[in-house]
Design a protein around this ligand. Sequence first.
Ligand SMILES: [Zn+2]
Length: 625
Amino acid sequence: MEKSVKKIILIGLDGASPQIIDHLIKKGLLKNIAKLIKKGTFIDALCPYPTITASNWTTIATGAWPGRHGVTGYNVHHPGDSLDKIYSGFNTAECATEHIWEAAEKVGKKSILVNYETSWPPTIKEGIVIDGGGPNFQDDFHKITPDIVFTNEAEIYEFAYSNISITDSDTVKINKSNKICSAILKFRTSLKEEKEYFAEWNDESEEITIFKNKKKSKILTSVKKGNWSEPAFDKFLFDGKKVDTVFKFKLIHLPDKENDSFKLLCTSMVPTNEFTYPKSLGPELVEKFGPYHPRGGWESSFAVDPETYQEYIDMYNNWITKASKYLLAEKDWDIFFAITHTPDYVNHLYMRYYDPITKDKGPFSQEQCISYMERAYESTDKMVGEILEHADDETLVVVVSDHGGKAWLFDIDIRQILIDKGLMVVNPDNGQVIWEKTKAVPQRACYVYVNLKGRDPQGIVEPGEEYESVRNQIIEAFYDYVEPNTKLRPFSLALKSEDARVLGLYGPRIGDIVYALNAQFGHEHGQGLPTSQFGIGSLGSAIIMAGPGIKKGFRHKGMTGIQDIVPTLCYMADIPFPDGCEGAIIYDALEDPSFKMRKITKLEEALEKLKYAYERQVSITHSRF
Ligand SMILES: [Zn+2]
């Protein structure tokens, strides 16, 4: 008899499209994913619009469309707030519907969530949650510092940090006295705590010692040129108290005869006993597997060499892998969800230069990008293979991406289009919106809001006729717009909010206009529809499923979307459907879609036989028992 589903393992690959998976498998890569595809069903799936992370991982975990769960983009806007006010979408408090792990808990099933990016603060009582914040420093609940690159190369420092405004530490100055060199490493954390470490080395040595203070009474760690340090331990301020923190250094450059460059990477810090639920698990995992790296070097990727970034990606994936394997082996679980953000990170860094369609446009050669992209995808595939060692023949396995990634030619300045049409007015000196003259503003990846009286604090547009007129003007402006470099019209659609329900966008958390761009425009993902394709990239999601009852070696392309995963998991594993779940069961992926109906019919027949046998027994003994 066919086994039934007892457990679920879902591994999320942020940004990995079916097309890039096909492309890499054809090149002989992604052996573990290829093996899983042979064993199961591979779906070229749709995903909700905008093709973006917070909304789509929320959809994958709830089975609800963004209109229903309320996370309508990377960020959210609360109606009634000023139109320039937005909040992170990586926050379970922003989600209006139930997640599968809450529904599962109602029937006593336990979940383990490792780096599932929309799972913090925890919404389960039993079970385990690791991290659960977003892929950027500002979306992290457990932040003390981001990655910091201490360097005497001012321009690198400025480039790395000016855009993302995370810390205002100073560029390092190297002091030299006789043959002894030293540098003060200044930390200013997200909580404005200031701390100084003292680095010292001999002119002829290739190793630096980092002291906790200038008196050199306590050594923090030491690190050799080109190497990573052992874990360094210290206490930093978090949530009003000093907490244990673990991090690492890599000494990338040390001044020598040929080059006077100093570059020292310090990995981002999280409070050891605050990034997990339950709290006690954090120190246990850190002791076994070293520092947790929540964003895999994303914020320092602009300032370090690609080799260092690749090593960092490997450390990030390895930590998730080891922690996952440990938890799967040692703890009680029925549902396991984990995400690696690696594919999306490298898409953003290299996709434009990797794809032959745009290969001449970047700072990296295509050969370099092939190496960087493929190594990162291979690291991810290794993670998938190792975690899936814990899937037995009663485990339903899903590997899924929240959206894809693609190259692009030009960005579209939505703000300027509205300014040119007189719908938006800004101060020419500082670019700030002059609200009393502004009728419409762009917001987040795909919305334009009318500055509406009675709803928006600075509203000037009257509801009714004027509101409709402004909405019509915006739609006309978008469809009329011709991108000057390509002479193409970049907008694939511009819809009034009520029409955006066809995209799963509805309710009070969407803009008055929803627009999308054609595949050549916008960035790696977000502003293109899930059907967008450009070069070897595309924006739809990949769903790979394998396990009891799932078709083997089957490729499917239809109307299936990532909102259909949760209903399918619930159906297969006898989990209640979460409140607000809107997706459908993926019948196409099932070997016998009607197996539950057949099972019920068999049970009913068996019950009838049992009743008959019972009545016969009663009729001869004249007793009921
Ligand atoms: Zn994403």
